[in-house]
Design a protein around this ligand. Structure first.
Ligand SMILES: [Zn+2]
Length: 112
């Protein structure tokens, strides 16, 4: 629910700044680490946008899989080998490259 309000806050700011009359659809990129259940998020969105320029907007969610890389050997791997040890060299200097996203991918608006 707090994810939704963070998104709505930035959307509202964009609507304000650009003078759009309404938002027709919103597409988000959400990393798998966020553990968002799309249906739950859509429901929270629908409820939260009542009475705002986003009311009735369609919410689409693109799920971004988790990916890791190793600073030691440069290997990349996905969440099927989830963990903070490199499966190739056993190193612990591991970065999460993606999976924490919460980004606006695209927006369809009604201009004034
Ligand atoms: Zn490695």
């Amino acid at each position: 629910m707090s994810l939704v309000s963070a998104i709505l806050e930035s959307l509202e700011k964009m609507v304000d700044e650009n003078g759009w009359s309404s938002v027709k659809s919103v597409t988000l990129r959400v990393g798998a680490m966020r553990q968002v259940i799309p249906d739950v998020m859509k429901f929270a969105f629908d409820v939260s946008v009542k009475g705002t320029p986003m009311e009735g907007a369609e919410l689409a969610i693109i799920s971004v899989p988790i990916k890791f890389s190793c600073r030691g050997c440069g290997a990349h791997w996905g969440e099927e080998e989830l963990g903070y040890l490199c499966p190739f060299c056993g190193g612990t200097n591991v970065d999460m490259d993606q999976g924490m996203e919460l980004e606006l991918e695209s927006l369809e608006v009604q201009e004034r």
